[in-house]
Write a protein that binds this ligand. Structure first.
Ligand SMILES: [Ca+2]
Ligand SMILES: [Ca+2]
Ligand SMILES: [Ca+2]
Ligand SMILES: [Ca+2]
Length: 434
């Protein structure tokens, strides 16, 4: 620079202070100035030593944005690490390849962890957008985006209860489960898994508490689904046993007494067949002992025992036993062709021939004629009254009795009926001196 402000030749010097320093002679033009503000001071001096100053500032601004190389980033997809619902960044895989600036002092950072590296950062399942930012010393900023998607492909675990066996609820052909004993254990690396079963008649799909299981075996499948739709399942059986026997309704508690059929020492006996109820159902009711219903049962002092067995559809059975007794209610009787003597009036010295009853003359439905015992009791008094009465009575082993009445009147009233004897199975009565 050549200034000519004086009347004599002059010398020009300059000094630079501030962001840039230096000095020289003549012109500072062409000098490289650093970013920032520098002050240039010119001094002009003439040959007489007179000098004067001028100065000005030179300000250099950095408006050039820093460079950021994110070509390795963009969208990144990873799987959750084993057993956890996150992904941990390995090394510098999610860092920009590089950054730079025309000026020193550029700083790299991200908005996820605030650091200049994502090494070791933990990303949750799902999508996270990270902004990488480089800021130069002048505040110029360059950014790039990193999209991290973490997927959960780990299936949940589920453990069903062991196969279960119950007995029916009293009176029911089923069992209501009142606890959570039939629910599975399950887990997943991520939260919010859901379980469901396939026993659709249960009150709720997520628990078997309150579910009513029928007698028999029911196969139940549990499914667990994690929040990402991964599923796992298990199955087990619920067995309900019917342990309730059938109950007889109307099983006779007293001996059934039946009289003989007419002229028979037996009876054709019918009784109401007992029926039975069961919590699950009756398979059959079968007679297992005693004579068949409607068959002929002989008169006997000892009852016969009739037994029925009711079996439910699950093999439980119950017995009903009762006694049937046929009793002889028919009295012995005389043969129809017996001509009983009527009332007779006779002289005491002319007593009619004795009336003789033999075993051929009597009949009973149960006792053979020859075994019938014919007895008579004679009551006689002296013929002091108006009549002499002789009573014939016979009895048979069942204490039934008939009475035969034979009367004759004796006006002289001084005769005594007399004498009787028994011959073999028959008895006969002889009266008077006959
Ligand atoms: Ca810059
Ligand atoms: Ca999972
Ligand atoms: Ca039963
Ligand atoms: Ca009889």
């Amino acid at each position: 620079m050549q200034y000519q402000f004086d009347n004599c030749p002059t010398t020009v010097n300059y000094t630079i202070t501030g962001a840039t320093t230096g000095n020289g002679t003549a012109n500072a033009s062409g000098k490289v100035f650093n970013k920032g503000t520098s002050t240039v001071t010119y001094t002009i001096t003439d040959q007489s030593g007179n000098s004067s100053l001028c100065f000005f500032d030179v300000t250099v601004n950095d408006t050039e944005a820093p460079a950021l190389n994110c070509t390795n980033l963009g969208t990144q997809t990873r799987l959750t690490n084993p057993g956890v619902c996150t992904y941990t960044v390995v090394g510098t895989e999610f860092n920009p390849l590089g950054f730079g600036d025309n000026c020193p002092g550029a700083v790299l950072s991200n908005n996820y962890n605030g650091n200049n590296t994502l090494a070791g950062a933990v990303f949750p399942k799902g999508t996270t957008t990270v902004i990488w930012k480089v800021t130069d010393a002048s505040g110029n900023i360059t950014t790039c985006a990193l999209v991290v998607t973490v997927n959960d492909l780990q299936v949940p675990t589920i453990t069903c209860p062991a196969n279960q066996t119950f007995v029916n609820d009293p009176g029911q052909c089923s069992k209501v489960i009142l606890t959570t004993v039939l629910n599975p254990l399950f887990s997943d690396n991520c939260p919010e898994s859901n379980i469901s079963h396939n026993y659709v008649v249960a009150p709720n799909p997520w628990t078997l508490e309150g579910a009513n299981f029928p007698v028999g075996t029911t196969l139940v499948t549990w499914v667990v689904q994690d929040a990402s739709g991964n599923t796992a399942s298990c199955a087990f059986s619920v067995k309900v046993n019917d342990v309730e026997k059938p109950t007889f309704i109307g099983c006779p508690t007293d001996t059934i007494m039946v009289g003989n059929d007419v002229d028979k020492c037996s009876a054709k006996v019918n009784w109401p067949i007992p029926f039975a109820e069961d919590n699950c159902g009756i398979l059959n009711i079968l007679q297992t002992g005693g004579p068949a219903n409607g068959s002929t049962i002989n008169v006997s002092p000892f009852p016969v025992t009739v037994t029925y067995r009711a079996t439910d559809i699950n093999g439980n059975s119950q017995l009903c036993s009762f006694k049937v007794l046929v009793v002889d209610t028919q009295n012995p009787q005389f043969d129809a062709d017996i001509l009983m003597p009527g009332n007779t009036t006779a002289e005491c010295d002319n007593i009619p021939p004795a009336f003789v009853l033999t075993n051929d003359d009597v009949f009973d439905n149960c006792t053979p004629s020859q075994n019938l015992v014919i007895t008579f009791t004679e009551t006689s008094t002296k013929c002091s009254g108006q009549a002499l009465c002789c009573f014939y009575t016979y009895d048979h082993p069942y204490l039934e009795s008939h009475r035969c009445f034979w009367q004759h009147a004796d006006p002289h009233a001084d005769h005594q009926c007399e004498g009787h004897h028994q011959t073999g199975g028959s008895m006969q009565k002889r009266n008077g001196g006959a």
